[in-house]
Design a protein around this ligand. Structure first.
Ligand code: HEC
Length: 109
């Protein structure tokens, strides 16, 4: 039983660390073009994206917007391909995904 609690704590800590790091990655690399909670920016607001996209989709788009723009319904691609580490893309997707925890009801993971 103790092991289970310890494991849960460890997993919990890792998840929080990813979201926190992702928030920092977002502030440094995405916030110039994406708002969280409305406002005017070039790209879509991340609260909406958090509802409508799965975590894997967010990560994939962040990594390669050029190739995915048409698939995601855009007629052209204005988002640059950013030179981040794989882990940073994962963390920023974790952060964006965490903005709308209720979406799990709305779409299959
Ligand atoms: C220079 C401006 C700019 C920056 C910087 C930028 N984006 Fe974008 N983003 C856009 C635009 C504009 C779109 C709309 C589609 C397009 O033009 O590719 C977009 C679309 C997206 C989408 C698709 C949304 C959807 O559901 O259709 C995701 C996900 C996304 N951006 C994530 C990110 C993340 C994560 C970062 C930072 C790592 C980032 N963007 C940085 C401008 C930007």
């Amino acid at each position: 039983m103790k092991h289970v609690v310890l494991l849960a704590l460890l997993v919990g800590t890792t998840l929080v660390a990813d979201v926190e790091n992702g928030k920092a990655v977002f502030a440094a690399n995405c916030a110039t073009c994406h708002t969280v909670n409305g406002g005017n920016a070039l790209g879509p607001d991340m609260n909406i994206v958090s509802y409508t996209r799965r975590k894997a989709e967010i990560e994939a788009y962040a990594k390669d917007p050029y190739s995915l723009a048409k698939t995601f319904g855009y007629s052209a691609n204005a988002m640059p391909t950013l030179p981040l580490e794989d882990q940073e893309f994962k963390d920023v997707a974790d952060y964006i995904d965490s903005l709308q925890p209720f979406k799990k009801w709305m779409k299959k993971k």
